[in-house]
Write a protein that binds this ligand. Structure first.
Ligand code: ADP
Ligand code: ADP
Length: 242
């Protein structure tokens, strides 16, 4: 069963600066890929191959030039902002640098409750659920009343994961979620993501340039080069191929 897919998605960026002369970069050159329910699909490839662009296009954080993004059978490319709202909830993103994406002035409990409150959950209930989520991601309940800078990188990534889970998404799009962490901490966060996927039945699109990380967490792997998927298959097959 396909939960999220891109169909022939193209995206180019205009080159910037005095010497740009109207040039552009074709970041995605007609990419079609399907995320199956319950799987972790890795997007791997060298820096600049288009992984981040594809990930953001599939969350609709980034407008595309042509093609379509389909969530649970419905094309979401041309939906209005209002019509997009339920889909925004269903697909949540986890970023590389949790510090950059966590508001330093907000308490952890408010960071995690913000999404549910926007989507209509009463604040008191959202706060209760946020505190429960902290336990799920392996943080002490006392973390709720502290601020992001009081935590280590790995702990901050757990906060980022809790924030994503708070709106009960069906898909997590994780863009290099462990790349900024020490190797020992990477393993713990990867384990957490694997547990979450198994327990909550969430599907995951997982961007990484690190093959060791991909081998650990991905069920299937799509290899990207120059804005296209050049290989796609079960992780073991991709790693076995010469
Ligand atoms: P990856 O995630 O694999 O490193 P990206 O999707 O970030 O690849 O980038 C794909 C290509 O698009 C690269 O050539 C990159 O320089 C270019 N690119 C990405 N984001 C922008 C942007 N905001 N403006 C201009 N070019 C961009
Ligand atoms: P990543 O590690 O995800 O590939 P980068 O370090 O390439 O990210 O890019 C960081 C930010 O800069 C992103 O928001 C990306 O869209 C933007 N960016 C990447 N390449 C370019 C570019 N050639 N021109 C302008 N912005 C870019």
């Amino acid at each position: 069963l396909v939960v999220l897919e891109s169909v022939d998605v193209r995206k180019s960026y205009a080159a910037k600066g005095f010497f740009a002369r109207g040039r552009s970069t074709q970041a995605l050159d007609g990419v079609s890929v399907q995320l199956h329910r319950g799987e972790t699909l890795g997007l791997v490839g060298e820096s600049g191959s288009g992984k981040s662009t594809l990930a953001r296009a599939m969350t609709r954080l980034l407008p595309i030039d042509s093609g379509d993004v389909i969530l649970k059978g419905e094309g979401i490319t041309h939906l209005s902002t209002k019509a997009m709202r339920p889909y925004r909830r269903m697909v949540q993103m986890v970023f590389q640098d949790p510090y950059a994406s966590l508001d330093p002035r907000q308490r952890v409990v408010d960071i995690i409750s913000e999404g549910p409150i926007i989507h209509g959950t009463p604040p008191a209930e959202a706060h209760t659920r946020a505190r429960r989520l902290l336990g799920l991601v392996g943080l002490d309940p006392s973390a709720a009343d502290r601020y992001p800078h009081e935590f280590s990188g790995g702990q901050r990534q757990r906060i980022g994961i809790a924030r994503a889970l708070a709106v009960e998404p069906e898909v997590l799009v994780a863009d290099e979620p462990v790349s900024a962490l020490d190797v020992s901490v990477q393993a713990q966060v990867l384990e957490l993501l694997a547990d979450i996927k198994a327990e909550l039945g969430i599907s995951m699109l997982f961007v990484t340039h690190d093959l060791r990380v991909a081998l650990q967490i991905c069920d299937r792997i799509a290899v990207m080069r120059h804005g296209a998927i050049v290989e796609l298959g079960p992780t073991a097959e991709i790693f076995a191929s010469p």
